[in-house]
Design a protein around this ligand. Structure first.
Ligand code: PHB
Length: 555
């Protein structure tokens, strides 16, 4: 595993007020992130140098906040952790204001397009519209790259003063192999020493090119997106491959369009209403006291509270004073102050007089590995927990044409439906999973679908008349669940509820399937439905956090 670089500012002493448990918790999250999201407890103990009992307490606390999951001896980052990175991304407002433009440009050019911001002498991605291509690697939101091997880096370095150049030289000496950049492939050739010339060219030209600095074949062309004050708010890059463009062809062909897109983004930034609203007074911290009471000394309250401080920056678009942080979190001023001092020392917060802001380093707390999570991966632990609780099989499915397709499943050891596996498709009209999804379709989608569907009798009670099916779908809309009894298979009863995205659309459904002899319909509604709904709530809550600034694939 690669060492985590610069978790503290070089040459600075740990301030006396720093909260040691917060530092340890952050070290654990960094190790997990650099290891692509999961490690065993023993690996964590080795990687952090912490005592096993300390690792155990940190993990118990992070599990309680929903930031990690412990499965046997393996610790895995959980989607809720993305709320920290979301707080940073929403505080800078760039992805929210410019993200749709980036996506449109990627569609127009049919190439990957990204936005990057400076992170010290490095660059970090804050938005990615990725075209998956067999030949090139692609970076994720939150990935850190060294300035000298990227196109955005040359543009940001046009604004560096002597101190930043000095820090960059020191980093090159102290980390010649790039160990601090876990997402960077090994250097393809000898160390590249022409960075300063490229920065001069970027200053003169107003654009920069990465001609295979990261890996053979990879090309990137970048232009700055200026903020209203004339600084560089972020850098817009189009990423291609030598199999599709020569470096010169990329520049000649795409630079004008890239510049037009950047100009449109600059006017978006100019026209955006100013941020700066105070966060609503919150009681984020009150649950930490409750958890402390419940779990006792195993729960490290100062760690949970310190991380709460990061979430206070979300949605404000503004720098926060100590008092604002204390109000937003419900922490005492003294606790909020110590947390801010710790976060500043570690480089996650910068302070300018009384104003505090998050830095892009917050994205190093889990964002890259979690930013590619899919809905089935989000759902699996919740389905497994429900299956364990009620001893019946649970599944997640999506609508594909007029079928439902299983995309995640937690089976019990009962013999019923052993042949249902991920990938299995059934006609949507005869399953609870499908009815929930059909019921959510707009009339313009449902009508033609039913016009073409053949309602065949598959089991004793299959609804085969369109009017009956439409009445059943109306009931699903009113009641919020579908119960289907022996319509797909004799003896099979199942109940399903929708899983909705942030906009409220049912993007998937989950169900519990059982033998009709195992529970009556009444028992099904009384015992299973409430738990199924809670499971859907948990899945939705993680989905909504994960999908705030990334695209979460449903299958
Ligand atoms: C990317 O978005 O993946 C990217 C951008 C600029 C580079 C390299 C990669 O120089």
């Amino acid at each position: 595993m690669s060492p985590t670089r610069t978790t503290t500012q070089p040459g600075t002493q740990v301030p006396a007020e720093a909260v040691a448990p917060l530092m340890r918790g952050i070290a654990v999250l960094r190790r997990l992130t650099d290891a692509d999201g999961s490690l065993t407890l023993s690996d964590l103990e080795r990687a952090t140098g912490l005592a096993r009992s300390t690792v155990d307490r940190v993990i118990l606390t992070l599990a309680r906040t929903g930031y990690v999951r412990l499965d046997g001896r393996t610790v895995t980052l959980a989607p809720r952790l993305m709320e920290l990175g979301n707080a940073y991304l929403s505080s800078i407002r760039i992805p929210g204001l410019l993200g749709d433009r980036v996506d449109a440009l990627a569609d127009e050019l049919d190439e990957s397009v990204s936005l990057a911001v400076p992170d010290g002498g490095d660059i970090r991605f804050v938005h990615q519209a990725t075209r998956r291509r067999a030949m090139s690697l692609s970076f994720r939101i939150g990935d850190l790259l060294p300035a000298e091997r990227t196109a955005p880096g040359a543009l940001f370095a046009t604004l560096w003063g002597p101190a930043q150049w000095q820090a960059w030289r020191e980093r090159r000496v102290s980390d010649p192999e790039g160990a601090g950049f876990p997402s960077l492939p090994p250097r393809p050739g000898p160390a590249d020493d022409l960075f300063e010339e490229r920065v001069d060219a970027a200053r003169a030209d107003g654009w920069a090119l990465d001609d295979q600095l990261i890996e053979p074949g990879l090309l990137a062309l970048a232009v700055p997106v200026r903020d209203p004050a004339g600084g560089i708010a972020c850098v817009l890059s189009v990423v291609s491959h030598t199999s599709r463009h020569s470096a010169q062809g990329l520049r000649d062909g795409l630079l004008p369009r890239l510049r037009d897109a950047a100009a449109a983004m600059e006017s978006r930034l100019r026209d955006a209403p100013p941020g700066g609203s105070e966060p609503a007074p919150g009681r984020l911290a009150s649950w930490t006291s409750a958890s402390k009471q419940e779990l006792g000394r195993e729960f490290v309250e100062s760690l949970a509270r310190g991380l709460t401080v990061i979430t206070a920056f979300g949605d404000t678009g503004a720098a926060l004073t100590l008092s604002a942080v204390a109000r937003a979190t419900g922490l005492s001023r003294a606790s909020a102050r110590r947390a801010l001092i710790t976060l500043e020392h570690l480089g996650y917060v910068v302070a300018d007089e009384r104003d505090h802001r998050l830095t892009p380093r917050v994205l190093a707390l889990g964002y890259p590995p979690l930013s590619r999570i899919t809905l089935p991966r989000i759902a699996e632990p919740h389905l497994a927990a429900l299956a364990g609780l009620i001893h019946e099989s649970t599944s997640l499915a999506v609508l594909v044409d007029d079928s439902v397709q299983y995309v995640a499943r937690a089976a019990t050891h009962r013999i019923m439906n052993v042949n249902i596996t991920v990938g299995t498709r059934f006609p949507a009209y005869a399953t609870s999973l499908g009815r929930v999804l059909l019921a959510d379709l707009p009339a313009t989608g449902l009508g033609p679908l039913l016009d073409h569907a053949e309602l065949r009798p598959l089991a004793p009670h299959t609804l085969t008349r369109r009017a009956e099916l439409e009445a059943a779908l109306e009931r699903v809309r009113a009641e919020g669940y579908a119960l289907v009894d022996e319509e797909l298979e004799a003896g099979l009863r199942s109940i399903a509820v929708p899983v909705r995205d942030r906009a409220g659309t049912a993007v998937a459904s989950i169900n519990v399937a059982m033998h009709s002899s195992s529970r009556t319909i009444g028992e099904c509604l009384e015992q299973v439905l409430p738990r199924l709904r809670l499971t859907a709530d948990s899945i939705e809550s993680e989905l909504h956090t994960a999908a705030r600034f990334t695209h979460v694939a449903v299958a």
